[in-house]
Design a protein around this ligand. Structure first.
Ligand SMILES: [Zn+2]
Length: 56
């Protein structure tokens, strides 16, 4: 199971991420990546990773 990292989000996104392997998290451009949850919802892909499902 992937290791959880400290939460991060995109300035323009509606969700935050907790896994470095999350493809949506990886897709965030460097200048838009912000640490913390940003008062957003947890990303669905990250929920899936946490549940033990690997993204395809
Ligand atoms: Zn994510």
């Amino acid at each position: 199971m992937p290791k959880q990292i400290s939460p991060f989000h995109s300035k323009t996104g509606e969700v935050y991420h907790i896994y470095g392997v999350c493809s949506a998290g990886i897709a965030i451009k460097k200048g838009r990546k912000v640490k913390g949850k940003g008062n957003k919802k947890l990303c669905k892909a990250c929920i899936g990773i946490r549940a033990g499902k690997r993204p395809r």
